[in-house]
Design a protein around this ligand. Structure first.
Ligand SMILES: [Zn+2]
Length: 390
């Protein structure tokens, strides 16, 4: 596999909250992995990219996505959305369930839910649209699943299950809590749809009490997707639990600001994840993750390099995936970006801090250049990176 040397990086964002910025201007990539990070690296490489002083960040991860079939989304009868998201800096998508499949009975019975998860997982394992890593096959938890079913999804590498359609009036029989135990015993994370009813019309409402009863790992779109739980419930989850909490593009911005203030007060930036909760009724939003980072930075007044961690390293850690961090030995998923001409900001981080989107110049996934020069979805950055000869 080709090697790449990126030189003249202006600012390097790591995706790690404990050290979000690293003083280095070069990254050497080989065999799809970051091999070295430093100043003035000069390794011989097949491709040399002159970053021209702009910013490098980890590839963005959409913590809450709804893939269905390849790049087609039945939610909007549209094709090509994954490539468009990639041009918005997204290098990995985490499925929150393949529930937009046309005609899928909702809620599905146990065999149908399991079958959809298996088929989707196997398809995306075999398909990387524009290089994007699609973590699909998220099992929708419904009554009647067996421990053998959990064995099967574990053997396929499925790492996430989700409560959304489960009839919570059945909680006294203990099945839902057994599901959580079975998942955790197999290294599988549990997500819950929170807040009001979604577009399906049959998702179950869940707030603080349900979270206490089920004890999931990740609260899906805690600030709404589209309808959030009551603000007091959200703040109790923020202050009284250790769950990861998603802020999604599809949600309620008043509550997103309230949550930003709560995590700022309790210092728990490590628990916040950014997703879009699309494709769905909100549409297809290729720049959705960039917009959430800008909102949390500019309106939520969270330092931009930390907001970026919420869409990169935090998401990888929450889902137990080796994603979202620029570090030696990690997958080389890197985005180069800079301020857009006309923005009052001075660079990419300052753009986020002022509420502007930056423009993307390069997207690299597993050490392969997917976007070179400029993105088709953002305006061009004022200064672009370029391939330089040797
Ligand atoms: Zn969703």
């Amino acid at each position: 596999m080709a090697s790449i040397l990126i030189k003249n990086i202006g600012t390097l964002v790591t995706g790690k909250l404990e050290s979000p910025l690293r003083a280095a201007d070069s990254i050497f990539i080989q065999d799809g992995l970051v091999q070295a990070i430093g100043n003035g690296l000069a390794q011989a490489a097949d491709q040399v990219i002159d970053a021209n002083g702009i910013t490098a960040i980890p590839g963005l991860i959409d913590s809450h996505s709804h893939p269905s079939i390849g790049e087609y989304t039945p939610a909007q009868n549209t094709i090509g959305w994954i490539t468009n998201y990639m041009h918005g800096g997204v290098t990995a998508l985490i499925s929150a369930g393949e529930l937009h499949l046309p005609g899928l009975p909702l809620p599905p019975d146990a065999r149908t839910a399991l079958s959809v998860a298996i088929v989707t997982k196997k398809c995306y394992d075999n398909l990387r649209p524009s290089g994007v890593k699609v973590h699909a096959g998220t099992l929708l938890l419904v009554p009647g699943l067996t421990q053998k079913d959990f064995d099967e999804i574990q053997s396929l590498g499925i790492k996430l299950v989700k409560f959304i359609f489960y009839d919570y009036s059945l909680l006294p029989n203990g099945e839902a809590n057994r599901y959580v135990d079975w998942a955790h015993a197999r290294g599988i994370k549990v997500k819950i749809h929170s807040g009001g009813v979604s577009r399906s019309g049959v998702s179950q409402v869940a707030g603080f009490d349900m979270v206490q009863k089920i004890r999931p790992d990740i609260i899906g779109h805690i600030t709404g997707g589209p309808i959030p739980m009551p603000e007091a419930d959200m703040l109790r989850i923020a202050n009284e639990t250790d769950c990861f909490m998603e802020i999604c593009t599809s949600g309620n911005y008043r509550l997103a600001l309230s949550l930003a203030r709560a995590v700022k007060a309790n210092g728990r930036y490590d628990r916040v994840l950014i997703g879009t909760d699309t494709p769905g009724g909100t549409g297809i939003v290729p720049r959705g993750i960039l917009r959430e980072i800008a909102f949390l930075s500019a309106v939520g007044e969270i330092p931009a390099e930390k907001s970026i961690c919420m869409a990169t390293g935090n998401v990888g850690r929450a889902h137990d995936l080796n994603l979202g961090i620029i570090e030696e030995g990690r997958p080389a998923d890197i985005v180069l970006l800079h301020k857009i001409t006309g923005s009052v900001s001075k660079d990419a981080l300052d753009s986020f801090a002022k509420g502007d989107l930056p423009g993307i110049s390069y997207v690299i996934i597993d050490g392969v250049v997917q976007v070179a020069g400029r993105s088709q979805q953002t305006p061009p950055p004022e200064r672009a990176a370029s391939e330089s000869c040797c």
